[in-house]
Structure formats: structure tokens, C-alpha cells
Design a protein around this ligand. Sequence first.
Ligand code: NAP
Length: 313
Amino acid sequence: MSDPVILFAARPERWAIYEAPLRRALAKAGVSDAGLTLEAAPSDVDYIVYAPNSTVQDFTPYTRLKAVLNLWAGVEQVVGNDTLTVPLARMVDVGLTDGMVEWCVGHVLRHHLGMDDHIHGQDGVWRNGKVPPLARHRKVVVFGLGELGRAVAQALVPLGFDVSGWARSEKQIESVRCFAGPQGLDGALQRAEIAVLLLPDTPATTDLFDAARLARMPKGAVLINPGRGPLIDDAALLAALDRGHIGHATLDVFREEPLPPEHPYWGHPSVTVTPHIASETRPDTASEVIAENIRRGEAGLPFVHLVDRKAGY
Ligand code: NAP
């Protein structure tokens, strides 16, 4: 059997970061790396290691393609591509998950403890009037209990938080109260003193956090969004922040990225903007996930981490 041709289709500068880890991971998986390349005739390509912001947007010429292996966890920019007719796998990477857990736990603790009062108040005033509740008295809800949301919920439990979660399907996660589907949404919103959004961007999740849903959250609730920008109706969130119904929003993702300098989120006293840095795919571990799927493809085994094209994630 000839060596598989594996096209790396991402921003060109990513090649320098990924080439060596991919070659190492392919060797470890027992797959030849001879066909790993930045350029190939489309009709020769067996696999595409893919970032949705690459120049490859029309998959029609890739006539012998076996799978597209996404380097990102989010697939909203490729899932609706009608020219893609072979399996699409998304990134599930232990490094990405660990990074997301660390980012989310850090931001939950910041708001739970009210750290800002002291970080910003280095002005000679002895502010000892506010004692935060213990974690066990703080209700945190993780919206989205997939690879990332589940790990975040599970990391908050041993810290003592009263953790709930919401997903499309029923879940059983130890010490996490799980809500499911549209009928479970209200119950989840009502508990969300701190909400962490780890849902994908799909037609069903667009503007999920609109005026009515934000109004169902407890007064002073904090929204932490490392999921995707379109999950939130921005005008509704700004209005809820201005009214004080939502106490703070820490936002890592936006409808338009980079967030334009004139956007009202910048400089809003109750908003923290972070520039889509919650968690990155880590080349070493991500390459192992890609190599494992290529090994599977070559062995005739089913791919892992396949996207449900109909559900959109
Ligand atoms: P995942 O494993 O696909 O999990 C998605 C979760 O959302 C699942 O629990 C799913 O429910 C739930 N869900 C989807 N549609 C829903 C709906 N209509 N109603 C209720 N629940 C719904 O995805 P993941 O790997 O955890 O990643 C989540 C998102 O994080 C990605 O899509 C990406 O947008 C974002 N992300 C951001 C960064 C960053 O740096 N900011 C980094 C990586 C990922 P089921 O379990 O029932 O299917």
C-alpha cells in the first residue's frame, strides 16, 4: 500500500509549529510521514489536516479524500460546507481540555471570591466589609457538557462548588446536577449565579442567551463565555449589564473577531474581554489525535471524534 498523502491546510505559519509534532505522532502511530505535505495535487490527497481559516474551502477536487481532520474544537465554519462529503473529525485534545479547565476555574474563582475589589482597590482603603460565601454556597452552571464542559464541571466539584450543567442529552456526572434539552433550560438558568458557556455555535444555540433567558438568571449573575460569540445576544447582554441584572461578563469569543476597537464591550466597567485565548490546541497532543485517526483510516477502522453534520457539532 502506498504512503497516505496528508495535506496540511491551515494558515501557512502553523506549518512550522505543527510539522515536527505531526511527524513524531505519525511515527508513533506507525503511519508513514512521507506523504505529509503543505502542497499536493488535490486528486492525490487522502487526508486533510484542516483549519477552517485555510484557503481550502472547496473540497470537490479532492476526489480520493478519506477524511478531514479539524485542528479546532469548533467546526461551525466547516460543518455546513456542502462540498465536504467525507467524514469530518473535530479536535478533542487533552491539552486543549486542560487549558480550558484552567481558564474557566480561574475566572470562576475570580468572580466567586470578588478578587477585583482588592486588585483594583490598591488605594489605601481597608475594604474588609465583604466576605465571599464558601464555594458550597455558590451555584455554578456549565452550559454544554461535552468534552470541555464536562471537564470544567468535574474540576469545580472538588473545589466545593454547587455545580450543575445543561446539555442536549441527559447526562450522569457525579456530584453535578444535570439538566437536559429545552425543558431543562429554565431550571439551569435559575441556578446560574455563575454561568460558564461551553456550547458550540449551531442554529439551535444562536442567541440562546437573549433578554428573556438572561432575565431568568439570578440578579447579579456572572456570565463567562469561552464557547462562541453568537451564543449571546450582545444588545440584550449590554442592557442586562447596564441594569445590573447581570453583574459581570467575562467574554473570550465574539461574533466578530478581533473585537472591533469601538465595540461597547471594550471599556465597559462590567465586562472583561479576553482575545479568544481561553484554550489553544496544543500541537504535541493534538498531533497524536490526528495521527490516531489517520492510523484508523489506514487500518479500515472507524474514525473517532466525528462531527454530527446534521446537529452541527
Ligand atoms: P462538544 O464535545 O461537542 O460538546 C458540546 C456540548 O454542547 C454537548 O454537551 C452538547 O450536548 C451541548 N449542546 C450542543 N447543542 C446544544 C443544544 N442545542 N442544547 C443544549 N446543549 C447543546 O464540544 P467541546 O469540545 O466541549 O467544545 C465546546 C465549544 O467550545 C466548541 O464548540 C468551541 O466553540 C468552544 N471552544 C472555545 C475555545 C476557546 O479558546 N475559546 C477553545 C476550544 C473550544 P450533548 O452532550 O447532549 O451532545
